[in-house]
Design a protein around this ligand. Structure first.
Ligand SMILES: [Zn+2]
Length: 125
């Protein structure tokens, strides 16, 4: 698996032992490299994620669209997936959609539950 660098803008300034890399007389504190990152998939720590957001958050929000009015939770966009833990006769889970406004439940298969594209909410952009 390919290694990638933490995207934290100040990762190399945190002087931990594991960041000190290089040959004997030429060691420097360096940006961390990993095969995967727990924080947002791109950062080695919450500090690094916060550093990035502090430097680029405003630009990113302006680029992808800043909210200028509140979003509203309505019947049409209130569907979420959930399940009851081991409730069937054979001890498996019962999957369902539940509408957070009306409390209506609609059954789901396990496949539909895990399918991120399967959704009942209306797209409102
Ligand atoms: Zn980092």
């Amino acid at each position: 698996m390919a290694l990638k660098y933490c995207q934290g803008t100040a990762c190399h300034t945190y002087t931990t032992k594991d960041r000190l890399r290089g040959t004997k007389d030429n060691k420097t504190f360096q940006t961390r490299r990993r095969s995967s990152f727990y924080y947002g998939g791109n950062f080695c720590s919450l500090n690094c994620q916060n550093d990035w957001f502090s430097d680029f958050g405003n630009k990113a929000i302006d680029h992808f669209g800043r909210l200028t009015e509140p979003k509203h939770l309505t019947e049409d966009n209130a569907w979420v997936k959930d399940y009851d833990w081991r409730v069937t006769a054979d001890d498996s889970h019962r999957y369902f959609f539940v509408n957070k406004v009306t409390r209506e439940r609609r059954p789901l298969t396990e496949e539909q539950y895990h399918d991120n594209n399967y959704n009942l909410n209306e797209r409102i952009t």
